[in-house]
Design a protein around this ligand. Structure first.
Ligand code: SF4
Length: 776
């Protein structure tokens, strides 16, 4: 049996996603299930459950690989069968085993995909405790869902699944709600399916084409050539017309420049995924089971084989190769960058293996053309995204809300990159960036969500708009961004980098100061674990993890000693001067280490005093920028609307003060990101309101910003009253003052007539948060 053309793969691809089959049986009997109802019947010979021993070995393998590859995060999905059949006790053992083995090496993102039938408060409590995101399968309204998703006796699963979704929607468990997975059936009414899914208020919807191959093509009722495109197109138009009220991954991935992270269904990104079966076998993606018996198998297992060995399996390796791994027809297809040949399993045909376009090819092309005819406008506030605004208005905002903000900032960054490209002289940096976007999504995300990408791009656009240069004066503004991504991902590339001010800056990595002047460009070559710079025939090798070997002139981004994964002290990025205040030049080693220690101590206090805020900060805060103010001057701090996730601060030696400052500024950062998306204050409102924290009346938006920050600061001081007691006699005074300022500002805003409808609700919800704080 052929698995398609042989394409050379990199020797050891990084695998960042794992599906663990923790229970191999199911309590539903869905007739479209690819595990039990298709060609592959290997489940019959496997144990029902994954044992704790197998789990521990698999987790150790994953952690070992993540360490060696320097992965920024590892994603693990608990799957089945039905994983909840394990019961809460054995589920706890699985979760604690994963967290114990992997968390110390790399941040672990745990998800669970369930049919929802057994989801109850006991499970949800466990998922909150272990920070597990839960996806539930639901095919739409009752008619749509019960067409396939039934118990073995034919009974409906609709009511128990909706009960599970109601539980996940509740405030206590909302943070665990990952979304809904819906399998398409063109016999269902797409509008009814869309409405039913939206009614469950999911953070995300995954629309899945049913698994078929060229051997067993999907049904096309009535001879309609592209029924799946027509069906999805109707939902797409409704979604766009509604202002995209929820994330629908398939559409977001197929939009021009869309992100394909987290989906294998479309796009050219590498499928960096392995499955561990209940018996410890390494397997490929489950969807392959639709092709033929044993199609997902590798003959490797966690006991005898490392992740690297599994990643070198030809079936896994071929899927790391992007465009090169596709059929000739796909490679010459005008929409291949968006479609990516469709889901790998859907390309299968006996004899030709996977060297074909998708069996949904015509539908995918048609759907893309429907989308192009009906491009989306801006995302609007709507009842269906209200959960996020409500969540943030209560004060902190759970992980899903923070992820929403991070993703929206990423989308803004991408749009700015595209705008800069329009005014730039074409250079190889852009082409490399496009290539890396498909090949290295995690590294792309890390670099493009760096807080100072946006100020840098905005500045280039401003310069291009003003006389005398009609176009961006910076040669190849994408080269350094692309180079940083390629280095992070370890993807071979040679990049010509402009030298600016005698220095080459690589965002998120560091800067190299040349020992001589008069050079306009250097060439960076990616090497294992780092890169080489060639400048005027001199070579400088930088191995990122070997400080002892660094050449003079290399100044790495400061990340050591900081308490949050991905947080840096940013004292290099030229675009960090966006605060309207002077920023410090590169810190010397000693003050940098002292700042890292103070941040770490402050962070412990944030975690102790306001753990919900800490949870959000750990996901969105990326940089601390030292301001250049005198140590004896009043404490200064700042955020910039353009630099989400960065906090600027003057010298702070006292962790207690820095903790308050971080919480305060993080609130501004979040609200700024909200205001990028939604008007909470009527645009152009002339209203000025008195506030407690300043002598002069302030514009309504500034009052809202101040109130939002002070609500969180009041929370900090309330917590300190409890934690410190008489040891901090001023805590109660501060708590009263910030609470009072916040309350009066909210009253003034509510009465000002300056708020939009969304703003009125936001302020009212903040008021309820404040009232809860008062009640304790
Ligand atoms: S639309 Fe068809 S030919 Fe084009 S990439 Fe997708 S599957 Fe391949």
């Amino acid at each position: 049996m052929t698995a398609g053309r042989t394409v050379p793969a990199r020797p050891s691809a990084a695998i960042g996603q794992y599906v663990l089959k923790v229970h191999s049986r199911c309590d539903l009997s869905c007739d479209h299930c690819y595990v039990y109802e298709h060609a592959d019947q290997t489940w019959r010979g496997r144990p029902r459950e994954m044992t704790a021993e197998t789990l521990d070995v698999a987790a150790a393998r994953i952690a070992e690989h993540a360490r060696a590859q320097g992965l920024p995060v590892v994603h693990v999905v608990l799957h089945g069968g039905e994983p909840l059949l394990l019961g809460p006790v054995r589920m706890r053992r699985i979760l604690s085993g994963l967290r114990t083995a992997i968390d110390p090496s790399v941040p672990l993102d745990v998800r669970l995909q369930t049919n929802g039938v057994r989801l109850d408060a006991a499970f949800c409590d466990l998922f909150v405790e272990y920070d597990v995101k839960v996806g539930v399968s639901l095919d739409g309204d009752r008619v749509a869902n019960d067409r396939h998703r039934r118990f073995a006796n034919g009974a409906s699963s609709h009511d128990p699944v909706r009960r599970a979704l109601a539980l996940l929607r509740s405030p206590k468990y909302r943070a665990c709600y990952a979304g809904i997975l819906c399998t398409v059936d063109v016999a269902n009414d797409p509008e009814a399916v869309y409405a039913a899914l939206l009614a469950e208020e999911p953070p995300r919807i995954d629309l899945l084409l049913p698994h078929h191959t060229w051997d067993h093509p999907p049904p096309r009722p009535g001879g309609v050539p592209t029924p799946y495109a027509e069906w999805l197109g109707r939902i797409y138009r409704r979604w766009v017309d509604d202002g995209r009220p929820v994330s629908i991954r398939l559409f977001e991935a197929l939009l021009p420049g869309g992100t394909t992270a987290g989906t294998e269904a479309v796009g050219l990104g590498p499928a960096d995924l392995l499955v561990v079966e209940t018996d410890g076998a390494w397997e490929q993606a489950d969807s392959l089971k639709v092709a033929y018996d044993g199609a997902a198998g590798t003959n490797l297992n966690v006991f005898d084989h490392t992740v690297d060995e599994a990643a070198r399996h030809p079936g896994v390796a071929v899927r790391q190769t992007g465009l090169a791994g596709l059929s000739a027809i796909c490679r010459s297809c005008p929409v291949v960058a968006r479609c990516g040949g469709g889901l790998y399993a859907h390309r299968y045909r006996t004899g030709a293996g996977f060297d074909n376009p998708s069996v949904y090819c015509a539908d995918l092309r048609k759907l893309i053309s429907i989308m192009d005819e009906h491009p989306p406008g801006p995302v609007l506030a709507s009842p269906d995204t209200q959960w996020m605004l409500d969540d943030l208005a209560r004060g902190h905002g759970g992980p899903e809300s923070i992820e929403f903000l991070v993703n929206s900032q990423l989308a803004i960054g991408r749009a700015l990159l595209a705008a800069v490209r329009e005014v730039s002289t074409p250079g190889p940096g852009w082409d490399l960036l496009v290539r890396l976007d498909a090949a290295a999504p995690e590294a792309v995300r890390t670099v493009l969500t760096h807080p100072f990408l946006r100020p840098r791009m905005t500045r280039l656009l401003q310069r291009s708009a003003g006389p005398p240069a009609p176009r961006s004066p910076e040669p190849d503004p994408f080269a350094a961004i692309a180079a940083a991504i390629a280095v992070r991902a370890g993807i071979a590339a040679d990049v010509q980098l402009p030298v600016v001010g005698g220095e080459v800056f690589l965002p998120t990595l560091g800067a190299f100061r040349l020992p001589f002047t008069g050079i306009e460009a250097v060439v960076l070559t990616v090497r294992s674990g780092g890169f080489r710079l060639l400048a005027d025939s001199e070579a400088y090798d930088v191995s990122l993890d070997e400080p002892g070997s660094w050449p003079a002139g290399w100044r790495p981004t400061r990340r050591s000693g900081l308490p949050i994964h991905g947080l840096i002290i940013e004292d290099l990025d030229p675009a960090r001067d966006c605060y309207g205040q002077p920023v410090r030049e590169r810190l010397a080693e000693q003050p940098a280490a002292a700042l890292a220690r103070t941040v770490t101590e402050a962070w412990r206090l944030v975690e102790r005093d306001v753990p919900h805020h800490a949870q959000g900060m750990s996901r969105g805060m990326r940089a601390i920028v030292p301001l250049d103010t005198s140590p004896t001057a009043a404490l200064r701090s700042a955020t910039a609307r353009d630099a989400f996730g960065a906090v600027a601060a003057g010298p702070v030696a006292v962790p207690e003060a820095l903790a308050v400052l971080l919480v305060h500024e993080w609130q501004h950062s979040k609200l700024g990101a909200v205001l990028d998306l939604y008007d909470l204050v009527e645009p152009g409102s002339p209203v000025r309101l008195p506030v407690g924290w300043r002598p002069d009346p302030r514009p309504a938006e500034a009052v809202l910003q101040g109130a939002y920050a002070h609500l969180a600061v009041a929370e900090v001081w309330h917590a300190r009253v409890v934690a410190e007691g008489p040891a901090d006699p001023m805590a109660a005074t501060h708590a009263d003052r910030f609470r009072d300022w916040t309350g009066r500002a909210l009253d003034a805003l509510a009465a000002s007539g300056s708020l939009t409808e969304a703003g009125e609700r936001f302020v009212a919800t903040m008021g309820r948060g404040l009232a809860e704080l008062v009640r304790g």
